[in-house]
Design a protein around this ligand. Structure first.
Ligand SMILES: [Zn+2]
Length: 160
C-alpha cells in the first residue's frame, strides 16, 4: 500500500506532512504510517479540534501531532499518550499569548477530551472512538505538582 502523500490535506489548513513532522530525523520514515485507525483519528482530530482552535485563537504553530512509538519514547512521553493514536495536537498560538489563548479554549464548547496548559504550548486531544470527551482542563505547574485542574483564580496561574 502506498504511503500517504505528505502534501495531502488532512483538513483545510493542515497537511499530513505537518501532522507527522518532527525534527528528530531518525523517526521521519516511521512517522509516515498508513495505519487506517491512525489516519482516521488524525483526520478527526484535525477537523473536530485543530481547525476550530485556529478559528478561535488564530493561526498556530503545530509542534506535535501524530507520534510513532519511537518518536514518542524519544520525547519521553508515555506509551499511552493520545499522540500515539493521532488523537492529540500540541499548538503554539502565533497571534495571541499562550494564557489568553488557553483561557479562550478552556471556556469554549470545543469537544476536547483533554486541554492542557503545558507552559510553552497547548495540548489538545480528542476522545477515543465511541467514547464521550471528558472535557478535562488541566495545567502543568511543576515537576513536583504535576498536572492539576485548571483554576484561573489560582495565584500561580498563569505560569509563563
Ligand atoms: Zn501533547
Amino acid at each position: 500500500m502506498a504511503m500517504p502523500d505528505l502534501t495531502a490535506p488532512l483538513s483545510p489548513h493542515l497537511t499530513w506532512g505537518q501532522w507527522i513532522a518532527t525534527r528528530h530525523v531518525e523517526f521521519v520514515k516511521e512517522q509516515n504510517t498508513d495505519d487506517p485507525e491512525i489516519l482516521w483519528n488524525s483526520r478527526r482530530t484535525a477537523l473536530d479540534l485543530v481547525e476550530p482552535v485556529f478559528a478561535l485563537v488564530g493561526r498556530c504553530h503545530l509542534t506535535s501531532g501524530y507520534r510513532s512509538l519511537g518518536l514518542n519514547r524519544a520525547l519521553k512521553s508515555p506509551d499511552s499518550s493520545a499522540h500515539r493514536q493521532g488523537r492529540a495536537a500540541d499548538l503554539v498560538p502565533c497571534e495571541m499569548d499562550l494564557p489568553a489563548a488557553f483561557q479562550l479554549l478552556a471556556l469554549s464548547a470545543l469537544p476536547f477530551d483533554q486541554l492542557i496548559y503545558e507552559v510553552g504550548w497547548i495540548h489538545v486531544s480528542g476522545a477515543r472512538t465511541q467514547m464521550p470527551p471528558r472535557h478535562q482542563i488541566l495545567t502543568y505547574f511543576s515537576r513536583a505538582d504535576g498536572y492539576q485542574p485548571w483554576d484561573p483564580t489560582d495565584p500561580r496561574w498563569p505560569l509563563t
